[in-house]
Design a protein around this ligand. Structure first.
Ligand SMILES: [Zn+2]
Length: 630
């Protein structure tokens, strides 16, 4: 089940990450001392390690992760997943952070400005809950804002909305990091307080700050200012009053322009309390129109340092729920060679059968020989060909010729370039095997869901579906999300780890049993049956319904001794619901010709129903509920 997300907050002094559930509860946390002013490669490496640590420390399987949300300071183009600018490092300009991380992590990723993420965190899970129009303003090392309008994040025309820190409050003020003069950031943030304190120390004023920094004003920080102010130091009190006043002026602009119902203030400096905030509230009320006084609820953050991580996680969660970002599982790709509708033989009710390519066995009677290779392959269906000859010059390998009034395809020359397929309007040449995503497959299957009538559903078959375990798991889990009945047809010739991961998403396993004798099994299928019998026994111990299917093959197992040995074995298994016996047929014959593979049962007639019934009795005598199909 996919029920968790990862949020990452790349800040100015650290990176914080959390593994969180849909209610914003932390399953695990991690912190790193890299930050947004480090080169992008370093930040990416660190983020990847943090995700690995979150998963290993919590022992959470990565299949539970829906995606990763990342908040980072700077101008972020979330739609394109690009950091436009960040800090003063040119390496970050136009850096494709989203796709770089996605390729490294294998999860869907979305990125946004850090203040936007924090705003979203407070809006969904913190102090902004219940508001409609909310602004979240940080008063910390820097000064930033995220804006929620009518319940949605507002990002502006180029994603830079909310840059309150760089609005000019005094055109003659000090130079800001952005190059302009007198930005709000030059007065109302931690960096500004540091600078103002240092400037004071260069004068002759008497202040406690002097004793905390020894003789080096560079060491003075906003923390020291707060400490000195708490001890009544007039210089420190004045600095806080000034910073608070400018912050209040910043808030007044927000109230005048956006008229929000709530402003959430967060960031480390807010903890200083009334020494800073009293002048802030005063300046706010002095600088807005009187009708707007008390129009906005000013509240402190509830999530504090977690706001960015929670918000980044919530953003990716919601983007996936809304379909704006595809969860990885839907994008899992597999090789499919057919989807058949309205089948009645492959599980209860009406089934949609999805055929996956690739099989470890090469059973001589197999009716889907085109399923053996896991790769797409060329097939030539002679009866469709109307001899136009357009394909002859297209085949660079010289593998197609007209011979005796028929088109002759020499498979041994084919390099599987498929160029002939493009010229063949009669579909005589076609490609068997198509790469599809799990999402595409389930969308196809759902087209039939109206006909399932509470019983039918999806059957994965092949080929051997468990040879593409990730894809099979993705398809089955999505089908389960859609409430479909799920079944698999397996030959069992796969490692147990491939099968066991599918069991949680399966209602029914149709498990082929071909022979009990290992050597006979090997001669006719290319492999002995040791692993198959072990897997069958293990599936029988699971809580998945089990049907054992026995193909009746003349000269291989259609005899009393072979079938009785199989019946005795099946009796040892728990929970076998039914035994299905399938009479020998030659329906796959044309496909052998089409892919140029010789067919061992060329002269063997199909099994008559009375013979099939006779062999079915071997299992009936052992007390099984037997279903016969031709
Ligand atoms: Zn600025």
């Amino acid at each position: 089940m996919q029920d968790l997300v990862i949020g990452i907050d790349v800040g100015g002094t650290k990176i914080a990450a959390g593994l969180i559930d849909r209610n914003a509860r932390f399953i695990a946390r991690d912190i790193s001392h890299s930050h947004c002013c480090c080169p992008p490669d370093q930040v990416v490496d660190e983020a990847v390690k943090m995700v690995q640590r979150l998963l290993s420390s919590s022992a959470v399987d990565r299949s539970r992760i829906l995606g990763v949300g990342v908040g980072i300071s700077g101008h972020i183009d979330g739609d394109r997943g690009i950091v436009m600018t960040n800090s003063n490092l040119p390496d970050w300009d136009y850096y494709p952070l989203r796709d770089t991380l996605k390729a490294r992590l294998g999860f869907p990723v979305m990125i946004d400005n850090d203040a936007n993420c924090a705003a979203w965190g407070e809006y969904r899970h913190g102090a902004g809950r219940g508001s409609q129009n909310m602004c979240y303003v940080t008063f910390s090392t820097g000064c930033g804002m995220g804006i929620v309008i009518n319940g949605s994040l507002y990002r502006g025309a180029c994603g830079t909305a909310g840059e309150i820190g760089h609005t000019v409050v005094n055109p003659d003020g000090p130079i800001c990091s952005c190059g302009k003069r007198g930005c709000l950031m030059s007065y109302a943030c931690g960096m500004a307080l540091d600078q103002m304190a240092r400037d004071c120390l260069k004068t002759s004023e008497d202040t406690l700050l002097r004793s905390v920094c020894g003789d080096s004003p560079d060491k003075v920080t906003a923390e020291h200012v707060a400490d000195a102010a708490r001890q009544g130091d007039p210089v420190a009190l004045r600095l806080l009053e000034q910073a608070g006043r400018y912050f209040g002026i910043g808030l007044s602009t927000i109230v005048q322009v956006l008229n929000p119902d709530t402003i959430v203030i967060g960031g480390g400096l807010v903890h200083i309390g009334p020494l800073l905030l009293d002048s802030c509230h005063k300046a706010l009320n002095e600088n807005i129109h009187h009708v707007l006084i008390d129009s906005a609820r000013i509240v402190q953050s509830e999530l504090w340092n977690d706001a960015g991580v929670i918000g980044a996680g919530a953003l990716i969660w919601e983007a996936i729920q809304e379909g704006a970002v595809k969860p990885q599982i839907e994008l899992t790709k597999g090789m499919v060679f057919d989807i058949q509708r309205y089948s009645l033989h492959d599980g209860p009710g009406l089934r949609t059968n999805v055929f996956l390519k690739g099989c470890n066995l090469s059973c001589q009677w197999c009716s889907n020989p085109e399923s053996r290779s896991i790769l797409p392959e060329l097939a030539f269906f002679d009866k469709n060909c109307f001899l136009c000859g357009d394909c002859i010059p297209v085949c660079a390998a010289g593998g197609i010729q007209m011979k005796g009034g028929r088109l002759n395809w020499d498979r041994s020359k084919c390099n599987q370039c498929f160029d002939c397929v493009g010229t063949c309007t009669s579909h005589a040449f076609s490609i068997i095997g198509k790469s599809m995503t799990a999402g595409e497959v389930v969308a196809e299957v759902l087209r039939d869901s109206a006909f399932y009538g509470g019983q039918g559903g999806l059957t994965l078959t092949g080929g051997e579906p468990a040879l593409q375990p990730e894809f099979a798991e993705a398809v089955l889990s999505l089908a389960k999300v859609e409430g479909l009945h799920t079944a698999i047809e397996t030959c069992g010739a796969v490692p147990w780890k491939n099968l066991v991961r599918l069991l949680p998403y399966l209602d029914l396993a149709l498990f082929d049993l071909k022979h009990i004798d290992a050597e006979t099994h090997r001669r006719f299928t290319g492999k002995d049956n040791k692993g198959i019998l072990e897997n069958l026994t293990r599936v029988a111990q699971s809580d998945v319904d089990l049907i054992v299917r026995v193909p009746l093959i003349p000269g291989f197992n259609a005899d009393d001794t072979s079938l009785e040995a199989m019946a005795v074995f099946v009796k040892t298994l728990k929970r076998v619901k039914e035994v299905h016996v399938l009479g020998f047929h030659t329906l796959g014959k044309a496909k052998y010709n089409a892919i140029g593979v010789s067919y061992a049962f060329e002269n063997q007639p199909p099994m008559q129903m009375d013979e099939t019934e006779k062999w079915a009795d071997v299992f009936r005598r052992e007390g099984f509920n037997v279903v016969v199909s031709g």
